[in-house]
Design a binder for this molecule. Structure first.
Ligand SMILES: [Zn+2]
Length: 93
């Protein structure tokens, strides 16, 4: 059995550190634009707590972190993506 060290990342909203697998990665891909959980480029992480992803300032925080502009429709896509996971430890918080 191989013990893996968890890769820790900081949620841009609550600034708490989580194992990367509990976070949603948003990447500004060089070729394909904004991608969730994949892509190569500047990335930001948001934890899966409702408090964070439904934060009214989340779009601003993301734009700042990714140095790009995002349309309001992105929040819908993002929220759908997050709520499609049910493995998260802090669901419903
Ligand atoms: Zn958070």
């Amino acid at each position: 059995m191989i013990l893996q060290t968890p890769i820790m990342r900081i949620c841009i909203s609550c600034k708490k550190t989580y194992d990367r697998k509990h976070l949603i990665k948003i990447t500004k891909d060089h070729e394909q634009g904004i991608m969730l959980q994949k892509g190569m480029g500047r990335s930001a992480y948001i934890c899966k707590s409702k408090k964070c992803y439904s934060d009214s300032k989340i779009l601003k925080k993301l734009q700042k972190a990714l140095k790009t502009s995002l349309g309001p429709e992105f929040v819908d896509i993002f929220e759908k993506e997050i709520t499609s996971y049910d493995d998260y430890p802090n669901k419903g918080i």
